[in-house]
Design a protein around this ligand. Sequence first.
Ligand SMILES: Nc1nc2c(ncn2[C@@H]2O[C@H](COP(=O)(O)OP(=O)(O)OP(=O)(O)O)[C@@H](O)[C@H]2O)c(=O)[nH]1
Ligand SMILES: [Mg+2]
Length: 686
Amino acid sequence: MPEIDRRRNVAFVGPHHAGKTTLVEALLAQCGAIPRRGSVTEGSTVTDHEPEDIAHAQSTTVGFAHCSCGPLDVTIVDAPGFVDFFEETKLALAGVDAAVVVVEADPSRVPLTQALIAAIEARRLPHCFVVNKMDRPGADYEGTLAALQQLYGRHVVAEQWPIVAREAQNDKHSGLRGYVDLAEMSAHLYDDAGERETPMPTDVRERAERAHADLLEAMADFDDHLMEELLEGIEPPLEEVERDLCSECSHDQILPVLVAAGASGSGVAALVRAIERWFPSPADAPLLDAEGRPIAPDPDGPLVANVIKTTIHPQSGKLSIVRVLSGTLKADATLTNVSRNGEKVRSGGLFRLQGRKQEALAEAGPGAIVAIARLDSVKTGDTLTGNGHKVLLPSVALDEPSFAIAIKPRERIDEAKLFAMLARIVEEDPALRLARADVTNELVLLGSGEQHVAIAVERLSRKYKVDVETGAPQIPYLETITAPTEVHSRYKHQTGGHGQFADVRLRFEPRERGTGIEFSETIVGGVVPKQFIPAVEKGVREALAHGPNGFPVTDLHVTLVDGQYHDVDSSEQSFKTAAGMGVRDALPQCRPTVLEPISRIAVTVPSAYTSTVISQLTGKRGQILGMNPADAPGCDVVEADVPQAELARYITELRTATQGLGRFRARHERYDPVPGNRVAGPKAAV
Ligand SMILES: Nc1nc2c(ncn2[C@@H]2O[C@H](COP(=O)(O)OP(=O)(O)OP(=O)(O)O)[C@@H](O)[C@H]2O)c(=O)[nH]1
Ligand SMILES: [Mg+2]
């Protein structure tokens, strides 16, 4: 079999804690890639190898592994399930040809797959579901299946039915013993070697027969011949059923559902067979370029590769994990980075990843997912080609960050160094963003949620041995005036020699919100000589940087209306000083008021949570602007204007109130007076 036909690139995705990493571990052990299964809680798995994964007993970034399953060469991408890391999952999906969606055997967890399934369906990626943790008491396969069908339709269909152990006294589910293969209608019990066939247990026969009929009916929607057989009451031959299942799953038409208990390895042997039979090889389903044209996976064709992940090690340097789409990638080759104006880059070594371990490779053909060392200027998402070939791959649209912290060095290093280190952390995870805040000038790190940003800070401290201080970013309050005034300010100073003298009369008037500061003058007869007027303006503007409440003053008009000077003693400095004094005298007379930034937010939530979200926003002094159906089915978009001060932890509160399903976008809208002039937060000064 040609090498490409033996390849399978599969992402393991699904809600947080569904058991993906554990299932991957069991699969690697089943295929002999590792001697025994490690455990997430002990920090000994292949794909959760980063210190942050181990410390939190969860995946915090994608992990890569590979194994040979019979003739197959399978590359596994183990994606983190926690909602904060979803952008990372989206990037990883760009590199695979199929996905195993792992869900717990608990119907209430099924809605958590919605954004993920939308991303999978956007790519028309073949996928199956694994209902996992079937060993747990109370595991509910039937309910979970029904919940999946309710959300994703009847083409989500059981291909396996569980054979469960029950407690003698109360008949309650107490474990998973095996499964019925609903295509073959054969029963299998798990054992140390994987599984063995067994006569069909009488207690599942009837239920399995109904599920078998459902499977055939769902498949018949895509095969007229099978439909005719069913209408005539003919049992279709097994070869036909299997052929249809392979074809319909690999074309993302039928979404089979399997059972497993990854912690004990139960179900893994059948999952391996499913990957082999149902999922396409890179040759079967060529990936598309940015214009939607398929890229022929030809080993002798022009090289095209896509960077799906970047990792940076402080000592050993950068690894770019790429998916080869066409051509043959070699170590120490010159590549063209089409995404960066055709820049030429020279690759270092080529590796295959087994968790943290790297195996050197001489070359990698179409469909391979491999790591390239030392592509220093290359970023995640870039398209690399050989010989200047000009093809560009589609970019993955990442959501805007919804949580921010302010960050500063605690000691030792200066901010510029910290910035450089943070930039490398952000390079590893493009869902993070580094910015300098307007008004407050703080360094802020933005991400998809509190945990996302906290783990990035942990990674920063570990990798670069830097101690940082973090906290909520300051709210960029401003202040303004609400009444006009006019002041007279004279600066006169005599210290031996020649003295200093300046006299100004300044008028202060409120301006419309958002119009900023305007300075003008109505001097006649040169009572303030022209050369000193810029100094007056400078003095005014500098003094306006700190209003009576400590915040920058905005939205006012200051006019220099009159003044006096002295031939010898007047200078730019003395006029600047007089102007500053005038501002400080005037502002308290102008009924100053603090302004707070208002964000316009659009919250997308399943309709069942819309009223919860509206009352949550109202409780945050939000002004609801409207509510409309969202693009995502069954969801609403609530638009509101909310003070930024109320939104610091909103993503966490929103997810808590909506089972993790709510998301929002925010942008600065305007400044409004703070009710009662009372500000919260680090600069509370009123
Ligand atoms: N009872 C039972 N527990 C399991 C099973 N699989 C995993 N677990 C436990 O569930 C927890 C989560 O398992 P993981 O494998 O880390 O789940 P995950 O989906 O990779 O989690 P994230 O990557 O953080 O989304 C761990 O405590 C596992 O020991 C299973 O089949 N049965
Ligand atoms: Mg995991």
